[in-house]
Design a protein around this ligand. Structure first.
Ligand code: GLA
Length: 655
């Protein structure tokens, strides 16, 4: 790949640029660029939005040092939107907001530099920033010079208020202006992926380019951005990185398990690692997630290719990235609402044939041996992360996986069979295996607990089963079951916990019903809760509007936001589901989604892409024999903004 040359760049187009898609694996001959590895640092936007001042920036720089983040590789302290005064000075120069940045940006740069860090700033390739403050379109040269004089090291250049001028032209103007300053300034193109910046980002001097709209602090957002990275792998490499947006780790909207998965995936994607949380008050776990040295090492290693999806089994996926030492980094994300065991084979990961492999679990800090299969039980909305390397000999403790299995839905009052499968993917046997199963109050576990198995030889599995009887418990809703397994190998003790979840549900009642009058078994929604007989609205329950599609109002229905799944439990007693589907008018004609009807994990019917302003269309499916019915709404592949979907007049007929 190419790099931006900063010395003597008079005519940008004459310098040596990459042809997008240049053969992968070519290390740059002369490493004069500014981003040989994905940039690492912090940015103010995700946590603070416009609530920023110089004290925050100074305290953040201090926290980056005292927390150990600097030593872990974080370098840039980046100020996002809202640092500037509402008007330029009499010489047409941008100036900082005098109240919030009274000492100016140069003083801040000095402060940050004194701590061995670098300072980043923000503007937009438009007439105003996204928050309506002065921006750089038409002022590229003077602004680039100002940033250079302030000794700024990084510019994030946004796309708001762009006047419809072609993106490449606008971004090239700033690229040229930055190069002309002679100061090395990392150029972060924040064009949201609207005009395929991966095709021209390098050419206009970009060191990284956003490939998507904005991230938000939700699992749905992280998954949507992840999906948008597929196919962009050829365009990322030293000095030109695909940027799926900044990190949300530690901002409170996701669980630590979800944040670990977010970090694992961003590391594997060679994404810039820009923390977006309050570094001054983060928890020990947040810091651990952000600074895991092995995870960061995967991100900073150029093995010739950005990580890519190798297999997609619906909710379970296999992602891998070659490492420069011949190993392969692997991330196994689980999007489902319960734990899943995910397995991958060396060939699909791109590993050479070998008799043994060493599997380094980066989050658990263990190294185990496998003869081939790389397997993990991954919690709901979690990801396992490994580096796998061919290994001589069978001297490592064998890789063992415990998988707990239960039906997804069970009828109220019925007993539940739970199974634990212990798999030994190593060569030597493990012995003295004990599995202890714990269910919540109100469930009786039988026959015996704990159960013991004398040995599990290498390359085999053993299974234990329990019956859980509702004994006073068994009200509709999810039930979490946990197991703790212990075993011995070579005189040492090992243990692993696993969990699974089933949902107790009442079968749908006989007759024809609006689904908005029924109790659903489970629901997930991209923005706020699913609404009954209202559109999605915002984050609060009940804050939607009357369901309205292309001017027609519907009294009944479900108002959802992509990505959404609403699950009902027909228990094989229903015959038909029918609905009118469309995007609600409440986003003023914006938004695009697809509606899908799923039965027992198979798609029974799907709409075309429905866009804001289009009339509702019918969507229906026969349900004979269907145990579990899911109503899904996807973002139609373009991100979830404005995606308010309506299942209008949705009905189900049960016998
Ligand atoms: C856009 C960008 C965000 C952030 C805001 C600031 O939405 O994509 O990352 O910089 O503007 O207004």
């Amino acid at each position: 790949m190419s790099r931006r040359t900063v010395v003597g760049a008079v005519i940008l187009g004459l310098l040596a640029w990459a042809v997008p898609g240049t053969a992968l694996g070519e290390e740059p001959a002369d490493d004069v660029g500014l981003a040989p590895t994905p940039p690492m640092g912090w940015n103010s936007w995700n946590k603070f939005h416009c609530d920023i001042d110089e004290e925050l920036i100074r305290e953040t720089a201090d926290a980056m040092v005292s927390s150990g983040m600097r030593d872990a590789g974080y370098e840039y302290v980046n100020i996002d939107d809202c640092w500037m005064a509402p008007t330029r000075d009499q010489n047409g120069r941008l100036r900082p907001d005098p109240e919030r940045f009274p000492n100016g940006i140069k003083a801040l740069a000095d402060y940050v530099h004194d701590r061995g860090l670098k300072l980043g700033i923000y503007s937009s390739a438009g007439t105003a920033t996204c928050q309506g403050l002065p921006a750089s379109l038409g002022y590229e040269e003077i602004d680039a010079r100002t940033f250079a004089e302030w000794e700024v090291d990084y510019l994030k250049y946004d796309n708001c208020n762009n006047q419809g001028i072609p993106a490449k032209e606008r971004y090239a103007a700033m690229g040229k202006a930055l190069a002309a300053t002679g100061r090395p300034i990392v150029y972060s193109i924040c064009e949201w992926g609207s005009d395929d910046p991966w095709l021209w980002g390098n050419e206009v001097g970009g060191d990284l380019w956003r490939t998507t709209g904005d991230i938000s602090d939700t699992w749905g957002s992280v998954m949507t951005l992840l999906d948008q990275q597929v196919g962009l792998e050829p365009y990322s490499g030293p000095h030109g990185w695909n940027d799926p947006d900044m990190l949300e780790v530690g901002n409170g909207g996701m669980t630590d398990t979800e944040y670990r998965a977010h970090m694992s995936l961003w590391a594997l994607l060679n994404a810039p690692l820009l923390a977006g949380n309050d570094l001054r008050s983060m928890s020990a776990t947040t810091l651990e997630i952000l600074t895991d040295p092995d995870v960061i090492a995967v991100n900073q290693d150029w093995g010739g290719q950005q990580g890519s999806k190798r297999r997609d089994d619906g909710d379970s996926e296999v992602w891998a990235k070659p490492m420069s030492d011949g190993g392969v980094a692997v991330v196994l994300p689980n999007r489902a609402s319960k734990a899943a065991t995910i397995a991958a084979r060396p060939a699909e990961l791109g590993l050479p044939k070998a008799r043994h492999y060493a599997v380094h679990d980066l989050w658990a800090d263990t190294v185990e041996g496998t003869t081939g299969v790389i397997r993990a039980t991954v919690p709901s909305h979690g990801a396992a992360m490994f580096v796998v390397r061919p290994h001589e000999g069978a001297d490592l403790p064998p890789a063992v996986t415990v998988e707990l299995d239960a039906p997804t839905y069970v009828e109220r009052g019925a007993p539940v069979a739970v199974r634990a499968r212990i798999t030994n993917d190593g060569r030597p046997a493990i012995d003295e295996i004990e599995v202890d199963l714990t269910a919540p109050d109100g469930w009786t576990v039988s026959p015996s607990n704990p159960q013991r198995i004398p040995a599990v030889p290498g390359g085999t599995s053993k299974t234990l089963t329990w019956e859980l009887a509702p004994d006073g418990g068994g009200a509709p809703g999810p039930v979490e079951v946990r197991s703790e397994a212990t075993w011995a190998y070579d005189g040492d003790g090992f243990d692993e916990t696993a969990s699974t979840r089933y949902v107790v549900a009442d079968p749908l009642p006989a007759g024809e019903h609006f689904v908005s009058d029924l109790t659903w078994a489970d629901a997930s929604n991209g923005w706020g809760p699913v609404e009954r007989d209202r559109s999605n609205g915002e984050m609060e329950a009940g804050d939607g509007n009357p369901i309205t599609i292309a001017g027609t109002r519907y009294e009944k229905g479900l108002g959802v936001h992509a990505p959404s799944v609403v699950t009902f439990y027909p228990a094989e007693r229903c015959t038909r589901f029918a609905s009118l589907v469309g995007v609600d008018d409440e986003e003023g004609g914006e938004g695009s989604v697809t509606f899908e009807i799923w039965g027992d994990g198979e798609r029974l019917a799907a709409s075309a892409v429905k866009r804001g302003g289009e009339a509702a269309t019918p969507l229906e499916a026969e349900l004979a024999g269907v145990d579990v019915l899911e109503l899904r709404v996807t973002d139609a592949g373009d991100g979830i903004d404005f995606d308010h979907g309506d299942w209008a007049e949705a009905t189900v007929v049960c016998g």
